[in-house]
Design a protein around this ligand. Structure first.
Ligand SMILES: O=C(O)CCC(=O)C(=O)O
Length: 421
């Protein structure tokens, strides 16, 4: 099913259209009982029944709500949920509808004096200040998330990578389709939708392009030209701030040297995801990105000015806090791998993105990950000081496989690494 037939079928099926058809049939019914018995009344009744059956069949075989056709269009043909938004669907297909009890409850949003409760904002231009170092470590323990300003990544680069994200998703589908898993020339470049559609009970209203950085040569050869340079420049320019954050966070664990092994555990591989959340017909029924923690050590997130990212409070797990867009800021959140390496001192934070009914949104997430073939476990220095390890040794690749083999499950992924008592 291509876009034009999807659009045609969709147009046939718009509720207002089939209600016109239904009214027309009632009008015909009225004619039958009024003064113009054009044909034999028995035949007329038969025609009416057939006509109505046809309307009902068209209504119930709505291709947008039919699971098979929607998945074919969105996933296999590569239109993504953006394709559904572009043809103007008026109601959310069933596979995106969350059960009532899983939907986001706005009553659970933390507010202080009528405003969003504030995620700590840290000015990275005073890193020599011991108080700033202490603050960063405290926030990593108590919040799992912070926003950083004056981080050294040029502001024009932030804008350029957001523009490049829009450019990629606005490409014709024939171009984007080249990066679907089944077509991509490398497994390091992947265009897709939702999170892990083969395993998800309910799909997320989001498309993405995921770029695993292996080397500059590889990126230059394979990353889509329309966003390649912007993504690469941005990624390179975040390296300094990432190193500074790790230096501080390790000091907070009393670890004063990041040797080769630690470097591969903390930042052995980098992945950059360009996320696109199109305008959604029923945002209250679904998620742009459902509840999850990241498996990274750190995630650096750049969001546009639309908003919609929420994190669960670590001090009150019934409450959610909005992460307000801030011009020029980067959001940093702790991922599961750093929680494991720090033996639970630094906490990964559960987060989600709500869908938006009036506009599309983009974000750029840089996942700073362990190398796939490295083992992660609480640092020996922490155990030597007498801490009982909470987590066992896990090959990071196994952790990744586990993460993608299920639906999003809030904070539960980390149970995979927990030592059972
Ligand atoms: O788009 C966002 O704000 C969040 C993205 C996210 O949670 C992720 O990529 O893991």
């Amino acid at each position: 099913m291509d876009q034009s037939s999807m659009r045609q079928s969709n147009i046939i099926m718009q509720p207002e259209q089939w209600s016109i058809a239904w009214s027309f049939s009632l009008y015909m019914h009225y004619l039958k009982h009024s003064f113009i018995p054009i044909i034999n009344p028995k035949k007329y009744t038969k025609i009416l029944i057939i006509f109505r059956a046809l309307i009902l069949t068209m209504a119930t075989s709505n291709p947008v709500t039919s699971l098979k056709n929607t998945n074919e269009f969105v996933q296999n043909q590569g239109y993504g949920v953006k394709g559904l938004a572009d043809i103007g669907i008026k109601s959310l297909p069933n596979q995106y509808i969350q059960p009532q009890e899983k939907r986001f409850n706005i009553d659970k949003i933390s507010v202080t004096n009528g405003h969003d409760s504030a995620i700590p904002i840290i000015d990275m231009s005073n890193l020599d200040d011991q108080n700033v170092e202490k603050l960063i470590c405290d926030v990593a323990e108590k919040w799992g998330i912070l926003q950083i300003i004056n981080h050294g990544v040029p502001l024009n680069m932030l804008q350029e990578v957001k523009d490049a994200t829009y450019r990629f998703f606005e490409l014709p589908v024939e171009e984007k389709r080249r990066y679907l898993v089944k077509n991509s020339p490398t497994s390091n470049v992947k265009y897709g939708t939702s999170f892990s559609p083969d395993f998800e009970r309910v799909l997320d209203w989001k498309d993405y392009l995921s770029l695993l950085f292996k080397s500059e040569e590889e990126a230059l050869a394979y990353w889509p030209l329309t966003c390649r340079d912007e993504a690469l420049d941005y990624l390179k320019s975040t390296e300094n701030v990432i190193r500074n954050l790790f230096k501080i966070l390790m000091k907070g664990l009393d670890i004063h040297e990041i040797d080769e092994e630690k470097e591969s555990q903390l930042m052995g591989s980098m992945r950059i995801n360009l996320n696109y959340y199109p305008k959604c017909p029923n945002p209250e029924l679904t998620f742009g990105f459902s509840h999850h923690t990241d498996i990274s050590t750190l995630t650096i997130l750049l969001q546009d000015d639309v908003g919609g990212l929420y994190v669960r409070r670590l001090d009150d797990d019934e409450s959610w806090i909005h992460v307000p867009p801030m011009d020029g800021a980067l959001v940093v959140n702790i991922g599961d791998s750093l929680q494991i390496l720090s033996n639970g001192k630094y906490k990964s934070v559960e987060h989600l993105v709500i869908a938006n009914g009036t506009t599309s949104r983009v974000s750029v997430a840089t996942f700073v990950n362990p190398s796939p073939n490295v083992t992660i476990a609480p640092f020996q220095e922490i155990i030597d000081k007498g801490d009982k390890p909470i987590y066992k040794k896990v090959l990071f690749l196994d952790y990744v496989k586990h993460f993608f083999s299920k639906s999003h499950c809030g904070k539960a992924t980390i149970e995979f690494a927990k030592i059972s008592n």
